[in-house]
Each structure stands twice: as C-alpha cells, then as structure tokens.
Design a protein around this ligand. Structure first.
Ligand SMILES: Cc1cc2nc3c(=O)[nH]c(=O)nc-3n(C[C@H](O)[C@H](O)[C@H](O)COP(=O)(O)O)c2cc1C
Length: 175
C-alpha cells in the first residue's frame, strides 16, 4: 500500500509560493498518495480564552487534526511573516493545541520554507523545527529556499538548481 502524504503550506494566500514548493516536494516522494490541504479551509476566529470558554473549540480544529491523523507523513512549507508564522497558521495551531499537545500525532515530517528574499524564510523554519517536536512532530529535516522567483520555475513547477533538488530528495528519503 502506498504511503499517504499530507502536504500543505502554512499560508492562506491563494497564490502561495510555499504551496508551489510543497506540492513540488510532494511529487518527488516515491510510492506516495499525496493529499494537499488548504489551511484557508480551516479558518477560525482568532483564538481567545473567553471564546473557548463560551463556545468550546471549533469543529474545524478537530477536522484538521483528523486529516493529520489519517496521514502517514507530513510535508509543510512555511510562509514567513515578520520572522514568524503567518497569523493564519498560528491561529490554526493555537486552536489545535487546545485539544491536546500531540498536534502532529508523532508523524514524520519534513519542513520547508521559501520567500522572495535572500533569507528564504529561514527564521520561521527554525521556529517550527524547534517547536514541533514539543507537539508530537517527528522532524526529519528542513530546507529553506531563498529567492523563490529565481530558484523555482513556476511554469514547470520545479526547482531549477539540480543541487537543491538533490538536497530535497535526500531529505524526503528520510521520511
Ligand atoms: C505581513 C507580511 C510580513 C512578511 N514578513 C516577511 C519576513 O519576515 N521574511 C520574509 O522573507 N518575507 C516576508 N514577507 C514576504 C513573504 O515571504 C511573501 O509574502 C511570501 O509570498 C509568503 O509566502 P506565501 O506566498 O506562501 O504566502 C512578509 C509578507 C507579509 C504580507
């Protein structure tokens, strides 16, 4: 049976460069059934203690965790907003963490990040790499792709640099 990969961008942009990257990365995994998810479909009101007290945790958070639970492995690519997670992702993560600490359910995962700048969203990637093991994420490796516009051929949907492709394939082999 093929392995089930859940791939998503930690961005709610309809033109997300991280979605392009994560979908490309998922396509490189052999013998995999890839499911992609749009976190925009899991948009909830901003986490607030009083909101949780009054109405509990929204069903969408439970549904997101169920999608994670059905996967054998995760591929996530992070948008960096002011050095941090996008608010869209952070809010989803916050609500999910109120259900329990094992948000990532001991799934092996590879974490990616890209931006148009030379920093390649490496700051948010480091944050996630350090934080996710606390939440049940088995992080097998990370890759930041700087200068997305140059690094990625959006028409073909592929990374241009063979060395970067090899690096990514080596990471994915750890899943
Ligand atoms: C509010 C805001 C803050 C941003 N901060 C950063 C940043 O700290 N570092 C960075 O490399 N890019 C930053 N950017 C640019 C994003 O990397 C860029 O919008 C990128 O397309 C986001 O990824 P996405 O297309 O997958 O959503 C920021 C963009 C916005 C809207």
């Amino acid at each position: 049976m093929s392995r089930k990969v859940l791939a998503f961008a930690a961005s709610n942009s309809s033109v997300s460069i991280n979605r392009q990257l994560v979908e490309y990365a998922a396509s490189l995994i052999d013998d995999a059934e890839v499911e992609t998810l749009d976190i925009h479909d899991y948009e909830m009101p901003i986490y607030r203690h009083d909101r949780e007290e009054a109405g509990g945790i929204p069903q969408l958070a439970h549904q997101f965790l169920a999608r994670v639970g059905e996967a054998d492995m995760l591929l996530i690519s992070f948008a960096e907003h002011n050095g941090l997670y996008s608010a869209a992702f952070k809010n989803l993560f916050d609500w999910c963490s109120r259900i329990g600490r094992n948000v990532w359910q001991n799934k092996p995962m590879v974490l990616l990040a890209t931006s148009h700048g030379p920093g390649g969203a490496a700051r948010v990637l480091k944050l996630a790499e350090e934080a996710f093991p606390i939440f049940g994420g088995e992080v097998r490796g990370t890759l930041s792709v700087p200068l997305f516009g140059e690094a990625f051929d959006s028409d073909a949907g592929v990374l241009r640099n063979p060395e970067q492709v090899a690096e990514l394939k080596a990471l994915l082999a750890k899943l």
